[in-house]
Write a protein that binds this ligand. Structure first.
Ligand code: LLP
Length: 463
């Protein structure tokens, strides 16, 4: 395939249409370490490598699209979180971001605990040998069967999410002759988004029991009365992709306020507090996430200060980062197909995946970046929209990004920071097959979740 520049398509900043982009970067070949996994680099030929393997080899051996996950980076981030919080706190990786048996083993080895939110995630965790007492079980509508399995397995905690569930879990635990360690998830009236939080708005949602109107206090009253439950703490999760710590500050203040009320009413000091996950990562160069040690310091200081003011013993803190651990460790490798320059607008670059492997752009208007990874290019920047192969015009992977104007079918491009909520939210829309997850480390590539096949699809379709 010849690499001729495309005849049309906007190139220069003064003719660009409106969109979510700033000026083209000075050099399209540079890979911003903020958004790419730690071991990503370009080799002498300009081909991107990760874990010591170049993307052309990965594409040849594993096909495209593929999620390519940097194991060393995953382990380093897990270790950084663990180290930042230290022995007096617990880090529960939120499996919903991405879970596989290899990931469970890495977490186990690195000393992290695991948050699961379904029977499927629980089964994955247990089958890979995560000790049950290091598992927290979440969910706003756990089934009786799921609760039974979790209690039988001996999970370290079940996070209670409603008044009905308090009774249900207590009842099942008693039936099984057990006393289940539980936390109560409360909503503290804080909605946190990237750079802001809107107080009080967030009680209007399906998760947790509102602190407002004394509902959380009533939930505690009921839980303390039931023999099947050992209430170990209060849980709060305020949102996702958060950069601003002030939402956590308000949440910690309100959770500690409840702990104080519990002490005053029941003479009990609950030993644990979980502040959930939600810490943001860089999807584009405009994002500036905090380091785990900064987050640990900020959260520990907030809780300690609030507890001192309330004359409470500082409880053991736990957190549940998902995205912040796995998000930056993977990129999606695509092959470029059809290229369609639309005069005066932008150039549509189609890839061999799309909304079935990354629904986040369509669902949340999420922003991503993209780079040509199978070679470098000195061509001018071209305003591009990376789209998938699905029968839907909202099938967009990267809304606005600059790619070199000599981009051609057969080139490999990659979208970084797709480790979280991409494979785990992947679908079979249009019967497109879900891509594999290939873990690379020290010059070796290993498939940890294999590519779906047409046989897989047909096996479920029983005719
Ligand atoms: N803990 C609880 C109780 C949660 O509900 C969540 C996420 C987490 C921890 C982990 O949050 P993280 O650190 O990964 O932000 N699909 C959306 C994100 C949904 C998050 C749901 N709960 C996305 O793609 O942005």
């Amino acid at each position: 395939m010849s690499r001729s520049a495309h005849p049309a398509g906007p190139r220069h900043a003064d003719v660009l249409p409106e969109g979510h982009y700033s000026a083209p970067p000075a050099d399209l070949n540079t890979l911003d370490p903020k958004v790419w996994a730690q071991t990503v680099a370009r080799d002498a030929d300009g081909v991107v490598t990760v874990g010591g393997i170049d993307v052309k080899t990965l594409a040849e051996q594993h096909g495209t699209p593929s999620y390519i996950l940097d194991e060393a980076d995953f382990r380093a981030r897990a270790r950084a979180w663990r180290g930042a919080f230290g022995a007096d706190a617990d880090v529960f990786y939120a499996g919903k971001a991405f879970l596989s048996r290899a990931v469970v083993r890495w977490l186990h080895e690195e000393g992290l605990n695991l948050d699961v939110c379904s029977g499927g995630e629980l089964a994955t965790a247990l089958s890979a040998g995560m000790p049950a007492d290091r598992i927290a079980f979440h969910g706003n509508n756990k089934s009786v069967e799921e609760i039974r399995r979790a209690i039988e397995a001996g999970v370290g905690r079940i996070v209670l999410d409603s008044f009905q569930e308090i009774v249900r879990v207590a009842h099942i635990a008693q039936e099984l002759g057990k006393r289940q360690r539980v936390q109560i998830r409360i909503t503290v009236g804080v909605e946190a988004h990237t750079h802001e939080f809107i107080a009080t708005a967030h009680e209007d949602q399906k998760f947790g029991i509102p602190l407002a109107g004394g509902q959380a206090a009533e939930a505690v009253r009921r839980a303390l009365r039931l023999d099947g439950l050992e209430l170990i703490g209060i849980h709060s999760h305020i949102g996702s992709q958060i950069f601003d710590m002030s939402g956590f500050e308000v949440a910690a203040h309100r959770v500690v306020g409840l702990l104080k009320d519990i002490r005053d009413e029941h003479g009990v000091e609950l030993p644990e507090i979980d502040l959930g996950g939600g810490l943001g990562i860089a999807y584009t160069s405009d994002d500036d996430p905090r380091e785990p040690h900064e987050i640990a310091k900020a959260l520990t200081e907030i809780v300690t200060r609030e507890c001192e003011a309330a004359r409470l013993r500082t409880p053991r803190i736990s957190v549940e980062p998902g995205r912040a651990i796995v998000g930056p460790t993977a990129f999606t490798l695509y092959e470029v197909g059809t290229i369609k320059p639309l005069d005066g607008l932008r150039t549509y670059v189609s890839v061999d995946g799309g909304m079935s492997d990354n629904i986040r752009t369509a669902l949340y208007d999420a922003e991503y970046s993209v780079a040509l990874v199978s070679r470098t290019s000195d061509a001018e920047p071209m305003l591009a929209r990376v789209v998938g192969k699905h029968c839907e015009s909202g099938d967009i992977v990267v809304k606005d990004a600059f790619l070199p104007a000599d981009l051609a079918p057969g080139d490999l491009i990659a979208v970084p920071a797709t480790g979280a909520y991409c494979r785990s939210m992947a679908s079979n829309y249009n019967h497109v097959l879900r891509p594999p997850v290939v873990a690379v480390n020290d010059g070796e590539a290993r498939v940890i979740v294999r590519r779906e096949t047409e046989e897989d699809l047909l096996r479920l379709d029983v005719g």
